[in-house]
Design a protein around this ligand. Structure first.
Ligand code: 13P
Length: 262
């Protein structure tokens, strides 16, 4: 996937800890049959299931030659060894994962993930040529203090510290304000654009003009078929990271078809 040539929008569905592997097969089949070639030509569509579903999704995608992409919700920063419960970059790569979510706010909150750990997870993702979707975003208190842009840019700089330019070219950024996740309270398109455009400007400093221009910046937080079109009209937003609304194939397919009306 060369983002320097084409910047295709990306709609990724983060299933979080939902859907067992049998349900995953049903939802994946229904989703792929709800979308047409013209949708896959216009938009990269990815699902990010729990680890236990990935092999089933891989079998389906390979066997039926589906145009869906998929990835994992987390990754170990370590290569292999005595790390009970962790999953390595090599394991995910062998499962055909294109994407890895790194630094989701739920992992930062429930597993105490630091910027330093997130930086190591990004490096692990790049080591197997997968594409990280780096999640950043502020909580309500920070938003209300008015410091949200600086806060998010600090998260961005810390996560990407020391990452070489050839890898920076590949990174996808997801701006997910915590107060908008699973709350039904979506950021307005203008709120999302304010932060996403600041992220893009910061990427010039961290990388280059070209890296900034070609980077895909997603918005996440209560995205639904009813608000995706307005979100995607914003100039700095190249896609969406969808939680709850990605669990239902019909609704997720409607979100992926946003391009038909823009
Ligand atoms: P919701 O779409 O359920 O708000 O979740 C957003 C999210 O966290 C995606 O990673």
């Amino acid at each position: 996937m060369d983002q320097l040539e084409v910047k295709k929008p990306l709609i990724a569905g983060n299933w979080k800890m939902n859907l067992n592997h049998l349900e995953a097969i049903a939802v994946t089949q229904k989703l792929s049959y709800s979308l047409e070639d013209k949708d896959f030509d216009a938009v990269d569509v990815a699902i990010i299931p729990p680890f236990t579903d990935i092999r089933s999704v891989q079998t389906l995608v390979d066997g039926d030659r589906l145009r869906l992409l998929y990835g994992a919700q987390d990754i170990s920063p370590e290569k292999s060894g005595a790390y009970t419960g962790d999953i390595s970059a090599l394991m995910l790569s062998k499962l055909g994962c294109t994407f890895v979510l790194v630094g989701h706010s739920e992992r930062r909150a429930h597993h105490g993930e630091s910027d330093e750990l997130i930086n190591r997870k990004l490096r692990a993702t790049f080591s197997m040529d997968m594409v990280p979707i780096l999640c950043i975003g502020e909580d309500l208190a920070i938003r209300e203090s008015g410091e949200h842009v600086q806060y998010v840019l600090t998260q961005l700089r810390n996560a990407l510290k020391g990452i070489h330019k050839p890898d920076l070219k590949k990174v996808v950024i997801a701006y997910e304000p915590i107060w908008a996740i699973g709350t039904g309270r979506t950021a307005t398109p203008e709120d999302a654009e304010e932060v996403c455009s600041a992220i893009r400007r910061e990427l010039i400093k961290i990388g280059t003009e070209e890296i900034s221009h070609n980077a895909r910046i997603l918005y996440g937080g209560s995205v639904k078929s009813g608000n995706i079109v307005d979100i995607m009209r914003e100039p700095s937003i190249d896609g969406a990271l969808v939680g709850g609304a990605s669990l239902e194939a019909d609704e997720f397919a409607r979100i992926c078809k946003f391009h038909r009306v823009i």
